[in-house]
Design a binder for this molecule. Structure first.
Ligand SMILES: Cc1ncc(COP(=O)(O)O)c(C=O)c1O
Length: 408
């Protein structure tokens, strides 16, 4: 990750499991996104999807690189404000905004609320009128495109709860233009996550552009087109396009049409900048398989259990000189499993590792996104700490929970 801090030192000082992020990697990825967007479009805004990682220290770092934030709850709005990200760089997405959240967002003066239904738009209009402040709104289009990703993280198909169809989006934006308390500013789409091909993104962008041109033809000119996030990372079996390729593919047509380009990357921005460090507790052979039981469970890291997320696992510090008569090879195929009482609590299946033993440290890679953010206290387990490394120093940016957290 471009840092000089031995992970074994962090494990010794902070314990395991622990999320470890590299400041250099975060800054480098944020700068690469901003640069790619600036090279593509005269006006652009890169909004980090806070749901991927809401740690305030990370958000502050990303905000300092010029990034905005894509929010999905009042809690995330609070975090972005706490991290000092200015309101004109904040967007609020999500199908279920409560009245309290809408009020919070309007009073914070955010750039726009991304509306996902007529009912939501009516609610926003009512709250805006009560507050006597016009609400900037963008509509989230459901472009109905297929994407080769896990069904649980495909969001841009007609069958999904997200956004509205093109006809409804058009009517909503025209209605907003005529409304005294609404101001239509943009059009957005987000078709899913961990997508490793450009074609569906191009299709969604084309749908946004068609609709924007159609609206412009009747005098409703929008400020920005937001192509969402969703670019994947390389998986064990398939490479993903680089962020600059993705930005060019979705951004160039938007820029050519003269709109401000908005992007909402999450995983492709922070996923590779973090790992989950875990220690081997036991190695057991059962039913013809080897199980490596580690101290990180699905409560700490849910992606493999929830989406079948594939994460490379690297041994960090193996004790040397061990005898492993039962395994003559230098690698062996194992299931890497956690301690939670679910068979789904498996970090990797049929995975090739060098021989490891109790006490060894393993790094679960690409854990900077949707890692800590999705952790829980399931099985009475404490949520892990988070550590940020910078060069030869590190700081704990979230403490490990203590037993009192379990009391509520
Ligand atoms: C509206 C919206 N924007 C952006 C993202 C970020 O997606 P990713 O982390 O795949 O880039 C998400 C993820 O769910 C989302 O729902």
């Amino acid at each position: 990750m471009g840092e000089e801090m031995p992970l074994s030192r962090i494990a010794a000082a902070v314990g395991t499991p622990v999320y470890v992020y590299s400041q250099a990697a975060l800054v480098e990825r944020a700068a690469a996104y901003v640069q790619a967007a600036q090279q593509t479009a005269a006006r652009c805004l890169v909004c980090f999807a806070v749901k991927a990682n809401g740690n305030p220290a990370l958000l502050r770092l990303l905000g300092e690189q010029g990034l905005g934030a894509d929010l999905t709850s009042g809690g995330e709005l609070f975090l972005a404000q706490f991290a000092g990200i200015p309101p004109h760089r904040l967007l609020f997405s999500g199908v279920g905004k409560t009245s309290a959240e809408i009020q919070q967002a309007l009073q914070a003066g955010i750039r726009a609320l991304h509306v996902e239904s007529w009912a939501e738009m009516e609610r926003i209009a009512g709250i805006a009128q009560t507050l006597q402040m016009a609400a900037p709104v963008a509509v989230r289009l459901n472009p109905d495109v297929a994407a080769d990703t896990h069904p649980a993280i495909h969001t841009g198909g007609r069958q999904h709860k997200f956004g509205v169809n093109a006809q409804a989006a058009r009517q909503m934006l025209l209605a907003a233009a005529d409304h005294p308390w609404l101001s239509p500013v943009g059009l957005a789409a987000h078709i899913g996550s961990q997508i490793r091909e450009l074609a569906p993104f191009r299709q969604a962008t084309a749908a946004l552009l068609r609709l924007a041109a159609d609206l412009e033809a009747v005098g409703c000119r929008l400020q920005y087109l937001d192509v969402g996030g969703g670019l994947g990372l390389d998986s064990i079996s398939q490479a993903a396009p680089r962020p600059a390729e993705w930005v060019a593919a979705v951004g160039e047509p938007v820029a050519q049409a003269g709109y401000e380009l908005v992007l909402e990357p999450g995983r492709s921005l922070v996923g590779d900048a973090g790992i989950l460090l875990t220690r081997v507790e036991y190695v057991k052979e059962e039913g013809g398989k080897w199980f490596v039981v580690v101290d990180a469970g699905m409560n700490d890291f849910l992606r493999p259990a929830l989406y079948g997320g594939e994460h490379p696992i690297w041994p960090v510090a193996l004790r040397s000189g061990r005898q492993r008569e039962s395994r003559a090879d230098h690698t062996w195929r194992v299931e890497v499993v956690g301690p939670v009482c679910e068979s789904g609590d498996t970090l990797a299946r049929d995975y090739e590792l060098p021989p490891v033993a109790a006490g060894d440290l393993l790094a679960v890679m690409q854990a900077g996104a949707y890692g800590y953010a999705m952790s829980s206290n399931y099985n009475g387990r404490l949520r892990p700490p988070e550590v940020l490394i910078s060069g030869a120093a590190y700081q704990i940016i979230r403490q490990r929970q203590t037993m009192t957290h379990l009391l509520g």
